[in-house]
Design a binder for this molecule. Structure first.
Ligand SMILES: O=c1ccn([C@@H]2O[C@H](COP(=O)(O)O)[C@@H](O)[C@H]2O)c(=O)[nH]1
Length: 278
């Protein structure tokens, strides 16, 4: 999906919601466990219940690869069931020496080889240029690079300052910006980092940001928008557990829809306030 198509979807759906699909067999309703592929059954019901309210879906790959071959099959079926007007994110946090990163890119982008054709993949940038650029060689695909993450441990490295007073996440963005552009690069910034978005926007004013951390992690959507929104919206805000595990009963899909709808309504207000929609 191109940047223009993504912005169009945000305006059409009046939403910049990304629904996470971190599907855990111990958390899904019991009645689904007798299905042939409970993970897929759960995901399909969540997708059908939320597709008109969100612009992106983000399966976290750990929740699939932990089940081995069956998990990869559930992931493939889930990817194939995603609406074509939604941006798909493989939250895989990959990155390795160049030729290995090339294979990771094939695994998640090249449907003819792997059966998976995600629009984007999350990347850990620690190994540098040759670990990131293979993901940028694919047309209309995106590398979403970890910048300032939502977890407590992010402070262990990401806030280290160099002699010029630049924190590590700022240096990462400045460097990664030289490898790609606003049409193939996004950054991950945690919703829990509030005013951290001000610095992020100093270094990446136009890039889209993937923002996990609202809902279960307690990040504030209002703060994310106040400090992080740009003229094209520039945000994909993810919520996973807050939506998909709103109920463990037979009403799980309806309850997921209710939670997604609450976020979509808040997002619509933010888009109106910013003059991105009318
Ligand atoms: O900084 C980061 C990067 C990735 N994540 C991932 O996003 C979702 C968040 O799930 P919630 O249930 O809404 O907390 C999950 O897949 C994380 O691995 C993140 O949280 N923070």
């Amino acid at each position: 999906m191109t940047r223009a198509e993504l912005i169009h979807q945000i305006k059409e759906k009046r939403s910049f919601l990304c629904v996470g699909l971190d599907t855990d067999l111990t958390k899904i309703p019991e009645h689904l466990l007798d299905d042939e592929d409970p993970i897929y059954s759960f995901n399909k019901a969540i997708i059908d219940a939320t597709a008109d309210l969100c612009v992106a879906y983000k399966p976290n790959i750990a929740f699939y690869e932990c089940y081995g071959l069956k998990g990869w099959q559930s992931l493939q079926k889930t990817w194939a069931a995603l609406p074509k007007d939604c941006f798909s994110i493989a939250d895989a946090k990959r990155g390795d020496i160049g030729n290995t990163s090339g294979r990771y890119a094939m695994a998640f982008f090249d449907e003819s080889n792997s059966g998976l054709g995600f629009d984007s993949i999350t990347i850990a940038p620690y190994m540098g240029k040759d670990s990131v650029t293979p993901f940028l060689d694919f047309k209309d695909k995106w590398a979403i690079v970890l910048a300032l993450t939502s977890n407590e441990g992010s402070r262990d490295f990401q806030n280290f300052e160099n002699k010029e007073g630049l924190q590590l996440f700022e240096q990462v963005i400045d460097k990664v910006n030289t490898w790609g552009n606003i049409d193939n690069l996004m950054y991950v910034v945690g919703a829990t980092r509030g005013e951290g978005f001000i610095k992020i926007r100093e270094h990446a004013p136009e890039h889209f940001l993937l923002v996990p951390g609202v809902g279960a992690q307690g990040g504030s959507l209002e703060d994310v928008c106040k400090y992080g929104m740009n003229g094209d919206c520039g945000l994909l805000v993810n919520s996973t557990r807050g939506i998909i595990y709103a109920s463990k009963g037979r009403d799980f899909a309806e309850r997921a829809r209710e939670e997604a709808l609450k976020l979509q309504k808040e997002m619509e207000i933010e888009l109106l306030k910013a003059g991105i929609i009318s």
